[in-house]
Write a protein that binds this ligand. Structure first.
Ligand code: ZN
Ligand code: ZN
Length: 652
């Protein structure tokens, strides 16, 4: 309801809206109010505070480019001109200035709030290609002739039918790309690149750029960055973005046309000012800086092994050259979780980070393996029996080494086993066992169905009844439950257990600030915060509350969670507020705290390559009964899979 109200507050100019909540006799708290300002900009400031305004770009509409027209399957000739007029604001594209959720996205058709799914998906997609891990603030009003729009689709009139919707999407895409392209030459130098090579490159960049921007805390610098804090990333980006991308702005530089769609080499690109992409602000930048930017740029590319010579063969992904942030798991999706994850701050390798957490891990033997001794496959990657340590060279003559080993075998023993099996089957009622409860294969494509089957067939207490058969490949526990055999990833399951224990029990230590910090939260956020102080306290955030102060000044931050290598700030508070407004009173953690716990849990869990005793294995399996969601590690890797049903094997 508050979101709907916010939408009306944002779009209604010259109208003052106030909403308050009567929470008891004489107790009345402001939920939301707008000041009846003359523009959408004023309204956004009144509802979300002046800080939000600082991180926004006014929407600037341009006509769709040929490529985008083609992408949406439109024909240039029959496109109506001047059908849509779009105005409003979106977040800037720099890292850290967006939001951690889609909680502030407002779309309007002719000033009527609505939910256009394709429009919102497109805006978020474009934004993600510039700010990978955040969502934009969006307030966009689309003006269109009323005969082109049908609002009578659903009773709440939030779904709409638009004529020429594809044209609208094409305009939006072209405009947003043009807006963000012109901003990509700004880079916050405090944002640590994740790769070592990138760090070296960044230090080169830093020589030309005084380090002043505070990425997490405030965005004051972002709106009007001084020219010194900008590097010529636009040049780099243009050099490696696709042909489409480099021509995507409608104001294509005429001088650049002669070079054709492919780029020859990075060096000649930097030398030739005529080839500057349209968005780059270089003409305003002194030449000296151009040169330095180019030097820093080239080494950044070398760091990424994007040698200048083969730029024509670069994958067509805009922004590839500038993406230097993000956690390990996200940046390298192909990297399996081997139990040796680094914490997100790239350079750090220390691990005495666990001291403020309740250490509830098992006393299982732990080896801190720098290289996992055995290349045991993750459960969702490769069939277990098909993992050669090294791929054999092609066309090498096969050499067989034969060894002879006597095999103990006894017909009477086999006969006795068969008899026993028969008896048991009769006892258990053969019919019930004939249907297969587990059908999913061990393969990444079947993870979801495998998980559903496990959830359905394995209740929490069944873990206690599981019999440990043994350890496989020093990485997996093989268990049996009646005639079903399972395989459990020892690291993944221990990691999930430790993670959930940290989530549940850790009270993060807060560090007091020298002076209370005003947060300027909108009234509705202040209310959510004030109602959930205990959850904030458990996360290390403490506040000074003054209920009688004016709205947006009722809450001041006095204590922040601290942990080695992790810094937290207002963005984490806002994320918690967002989660708590969905489920008030339910214990939750900011995603970065979860990330921190995941990496702590990883480091304190039993590693792949560790030999386990029967007792240790039994304990790990028993712990699974206490895990809320036992089927995946915090990084999404499966913990357990069904291997085989012994009855089916013996029937065959
Ligand atoms: Zn791990
Ligand atoms: Zn993991």
């Amino acid at each position: 309801m508050v979101h709907v109200l916010q939408a009306y507050c944002v779009v209604s100019t010259g109208v003052r809206i106030t909403c308050s909540n009567q929470s008891g006799p004489g107790r009345r708290g402001a939920v939301l109010s707008s000041a009846g300002g003359p523009s959408m900009r004023d309204n956004i400031g009144a509802v979300f505070g002046p800080k939000q305004l600082q991180s926004l770009l006014p929407f600037h509409q341009v006509s769709p480019t040929e490529n985008v027209i083609e992408e949406f399957g439109l024909k240039d000739a029959d496109l109506p001109k001047q059908l849509f007029t779009i105005s409003g604001f979106v977040s800037q594209g720099e890292h850290g200035v967006g939001r951690s959720a889609t909680d502030r996205q407002f779309f309007f058709i002719n000033k009527r709030p609505c939910d256009p799914p394709k429009v919102s998906r497109l805006v978020n997609e474009v934004y993600h290609s510039y700010n990978r891990h955040q969502y934009p603030f969006v307030a966009l009003n689309i003006t269109v002739a009323s005969e082109c729009v049908d609002v009578n689709v659903t009773p709440d009139k939030r779904q709409i039918f638009l004529q020429e919707e594809k044209l609208l999407l094409a305009i939006l895409k072209t405009s947003l790309v043009a807006m963000y392209e012109s901003g990509v030459n700004k880079i916050g130098v405090n944002h640590p690149p994740s790769a070592k090579a990138a760090a070296a490159a960044a230090s080169e960049l830093r020589q030309t750029i005084p380090s002043s921007e505070n990425h997490d805390g405030s965005s004051e610098n972002v709106l009007n960055p001084s020219p010194k804090t900008t590097a010529n990333l636009a040049l780099l980006k243009a050099a490696f973005s696709n042909r489409r991308g480099s021509k995507s702005s409608s104001e294509k530089s005429p001088a650049g046309g002669g070079g054709g769609p492919t780029q020859k080499s990075l060096q000649c690109f930097f030398k030739d000012p005529a080839r500057r992409p349209p968005g780059a602000k270089s003409p305003a930048t002194p030449r000296r800086e151009d040169a330095k930017g180019a030097t820093g740029g080239r080494s950044a590319l070398e760091g990424f092994r994007y040698g200048g010579g083969d730029s024509e063969r670069r994958p067509e992904s805009p922004g590839a050259a500038v993406h230097v942030s993000g956690t390990k798991h996200e940046s390298f999706p192909g990297t399996p979780d081997r139990g040796v994850e680094a914490p997100p701050t790239a350079a750090s390798s220390s691990d005495d980070d666990d001291d403020d957490g309740a250490s509830a891990g098992p006393e299982a033997k732990r080896t801190r393996a720098e290289n996992p001794p055995l290349d045991a496959p993750p459960l969702d990657a490769t069939p277990l029996d098909a993992t050669p340590l090294e791929a054999p060279p092609l066309d090498a003559p096969a050499r067989l080494r034969r060894t002879t080993a006597p095999l103990r075998f006894s017909f009477p023993a086999l006969a006795a086993n068969v008899r026993k099996l028969k008896e048991r089957r009769e006892r258990d009622g053969g019919a019930a066992l004939r249907y297969r409860r587990f059908r999913a294969k061990i393969s990444p494509g079947e993870n979801q169905s495998a998980e559903e089957e496990l959830r359905k067939e394995i209740s929490k207490d069944t873990f206690r009844d599981m019999e440990v058969v043994g350890q496989f490949n020093l990485g997996f526990i093989v268990t049996r439950l009646k005639s079903d055999v399972f395989i459990i990833d020892q690291h993944a399951t221990d990691e999930k257990y430790n993670f959930e224990m940290l989530q549940r029990h850790t009270v993060i230590q807060g560090q007091r600030l020298i002076a209370p910090q005003a947060l300027g939260l909108p009234a509705v956020s202040e209310n959510v915060l004030m109602e959930n102080l205990e959850i904030f306290r458990k996360n290390g955030f403490e506040f000074l509350i003054d209920e009688d102060a004016p709205v947006m000044q009722r809450v001041r931050l006095v204590s922040l969670p601290t942990s080695k290598n992790w810094t937290f700030g207002p963005a984490d508070i806002e994320e918690l507020i967002f989660m708590l407004s969905d489920s008030p009173g339910v214990m939750c953690r900011p995603s970065r705290v979860r990330q921190m716990f995941a990496s702590r849990a990883c480091r304190k869990s039993v590693m792949i390559g560790t030999a386990l005793s029967a007792g240790e294995m039994k304990k790990l399996v028993a712990h699974m009964a206490e895990i809320e969601h036992p089927w995946n590690c915090p990084h999404g890797r499966p913990t357990m899979r069904h291997l085989a049903n012994l009855d089916i094997i013996s029937q065959d």
